[in-house]
Design a protein around this ligand. Structure first.
Ligand SMILES: Nc1nc2c(ncn2[C@@H]2O[C@H](COP(=O)(O)OP(=O)(O)O)[C@@H](O)[C@H]2O)c(=O)[nH]1
Ligand SMILES: [Mg+2]
Length: 177
């Protein structure tokens, strides 16, 4: 894994979040009908936008299983990530939400990720009413996140690549260095 960084010519993205949040759904939404729970990690090269707006990015979908959470750091300590996509299940109970947000805040403080941009996706698996961006901002305590971090928080459904998803990815691509 150590050498990969030097060989990579496309931006590398870390896709994380707790187990069952919808990370692999994001990665495979238009390819797989059903998904197995991720055992270790998946890596895919994807371009989520068409018509020359996007480009290929390498996505590391790292398992959110409780026992594997400490392993996230071995990914970003060995691979230079340009961006982080953090997925949260919008229906998480308070304890799960707190745990997820704790992880998110931890990542935004990590030295190795200081130049990465962050897209936080609240995955609405059901058709419940979406929260306003301002409410998401508060829920995520974004005001506590270091000012130099570029971060955006959205609530959308990850099954199929919706317009909302593509809009968020547009922002992501535009801010990738
Ligand atoms: N209906 C619906 N189900 C979803 C959505 N996203 C994830 N799921 C389901 O939630 C479960 C966990 O998703 P998965 O992508 O494997 O989560 P991961 O552990 O973060 O990779 C799976 O059974 C998915 O089918 C969604 O947007 N809509
Ligand atoms: Mg998975």
């Amino acid at each position: 894994m150590g050498n990969l960084n030097r060989r990579s010519t496309i931006p590398q993205i870390l896709l994380v979040g707790l187990q069952g949040a919808g990370k692999s759904t994001l990665l495979y939404a238009e390819i797989a009908d059903s998904l197995e729970s991720t055992q270790g990690y998946n890596y895919e090269v994807r371009n989520f936008l068409e018509d020359g707006e996007g480009k290929d990015i390498g996505i590391w979908d790292v398992s959110g299983k409780e026992a594997l959470l400490p392993l996230w750091s071995s990914f970003y300590k060995n691979i230079l990530f340009s961006g982080v996509i953090f997925v949260i299940d919008s229906d998480s109970n308070e304890q799960k939400l707190e745990q997820a947000l704790g992880k998110l805040h931890h990542l935004t403080n990590e030295e190795e990720l200081r130049d990465a941009i962050f897209l936080v996706i609240f995955n609405t698996k059901s058709n419940k009413e979406k929260r306003k961006p301002g409410d998401l901002f508060k829920i995520c305590s974004l005001e506590e996140i270091h000012r130099s971090i570029k971060i955006r928080c959205v609530e959308l459904n990850l099954k199929g690549y919706s317009e909302e998803f593509r809009d968020s990815m547009k922002w992501f691509y535009q801010n990738l260095i």
